[in-house]
Design a protein around this ligand. Structure first.
Ligand code: AMP
Ligand code: MG
Length: 275
């Protein structure tokens, strides 16, 4: 059995702390070369598709992929290039933006619960409940004691979801400060990408270190056996797609979903169809 990519990417909390700064955003753990990633691609996409089909047919469990990362980190690209190869009928994608006035009238997990995927589906959160301990922490959008309580609430929530037969896979797409600059410049150079450009992203760059620290705290506090965090170095988009695909394949293989096997009297049914 080849080495599990999840073991290479799982965030390790050492001496009570995880430090995002110690993960090289340009690394490619578990992958020998680009050539290998491109060669693996069709095979991996077929494997992922087949596993998703089984999950959907089995109709008993759910996989939830939580995607987090800095602006331009590749959340949208991962959804296009990895999730785009799944059967859309069994996929539910939710992007979490700044809370609406209605969402603000409820606890931070309200909108999350409302958007959980149904049985048999693969759910994708493009940003998530973690924003409420990330952007909210960086910009003091809530009192610190409220934020501090949220880590436990998140752990409790994820435990509860796991008990309801959902496998929670949390992926942090990790890019460097320079890579983000380059991606923002690329967006500016391509008029077709201007719609994605927000001057706000430049302002947020000033808080880079605060975000890295908020991520490190969230990953430290919320890496649980129920719902581990995987940190995917994401400067290299080919690696990112390869790694996320592998993490999903490994998670689904562990779930081992099965096609239902209803007892059918096949000869009789075929006869009926021929009649
Ligand atoms: P994007 O994902 O680029 O469309 O941007 C969505 C924006 O919504 C990001 O700037 C997030 O930080 C922000 N956002 C998401 N969730 C929250 C939240 N709970 N509180 C404040 N801002 C949020
Ligand atoms: Mg954005």
């Amino acid at each position: 059995m080849p080495k599990q990519i999840r073991d290479l990417l799982r965030a390790e909390v050492q001496d009570g702390r995880f430090r995002l700064a110690e993960v090289d955003p340009a690394a490619t753990p578990g992958l020998k070369s680009h050539k290998k990633a491109l060669k693996d691609l069709p095979k991996h996409q077929a494997q992922l598709f087949e596993l998703q089909e089984r999950l959907y047919a089995e109709h008993k469990r759910t996989l939830l992929l939580v995607l987090q990362g800095m602006d331009t980190g590749g959340k949208d690209g991962t959804i296009t290039h990895v999730i785009g190869h799944l059967n859309p009928q069994g996929v539910k994608i939710t992007a979490f933006k700044q809370p609406t006035p209605e969402e603000k009238r409820h606890g931070f997990l309200w909108r999350i619960r409302r958007n959980l995927p149904a049985t048999g589906q693969v759910g994708i959160f493009n940003r998530s409940h973690y924003e409420d301990v990330l952007v909210v922490r960086v910009h003091d959008l809530a009192p610190l004691n409220v934020i501090e309580r949220r880590y436990d609430l998140i752990n409790r929530f994820e435990k509860e979801v796991t008990k309801e037969r959902t496998t929670v896979v949390k992926v942090c797409l990790h890019i460097s400060y320079d890579e983000q600059r380059q991606r923002l410049i690329d967006r500016l150079k391509d008029p077709d990408k201007h719609w994605k450009f927000s001057e706000h992203d430049i302002e947020e760059r000033a808080y880079w270190d605060d975000y890295q620290s908020a991520y490190s705290i969230a990953i430290t506090r919320c890496s649980t056996s129920d719902a581990p965090w995987y940190v995917v170095p994401a400067n290299d988009k080919t690696y990112r797609n390869w790694a996320v695909t592998r993490v999903l394949i490994e998670s689904l293989r562990e779930m081992d979903p099965h096609y239902p096997q209803p007892k059918l009297d096949v000869p009789r049914l075929v006869k009926r169809l021929r009649a």
